[in-house]
Design a protein around this ligand. Structure first.
Ligand SMILES: [Zn+2]
Length: 68
């Protein structure tokens, strides 16, 4: 598991390798819009610290709380 780079687009199989940048725990993916390869819109929620990271235009915003 490694923190996701904010330059990567969000692909479903990335769920296996990414984790919360704050506490390194698993993230829960909620998809609002997707195509064959990528999640275009939705959110990633940390199961431990409950911070939600938004996905917009295929790019996950994984800035830790306080850096937005
Ligand atoms: Zn967390």
């Amino acid at each position: 598991m490694k923190p996701i780079s904010s330059r990567d687009t969000m692909k479903r199989d990335m769920m296996e390798i990414i984790c919360c940048p704050v506490c390194k725990s698993e993230l829960a993916l909620e998809v609002k819009k997707e195509n064959d390869a990528e999640v275009l819109s939705g959110s990633l929620m940390c199961k431990k610290c409950n911070h939600t990271y938004r996905i917009e235009d295929g790019i996950p915003n994984l800035l830790p709380p306080g850096f937005e």
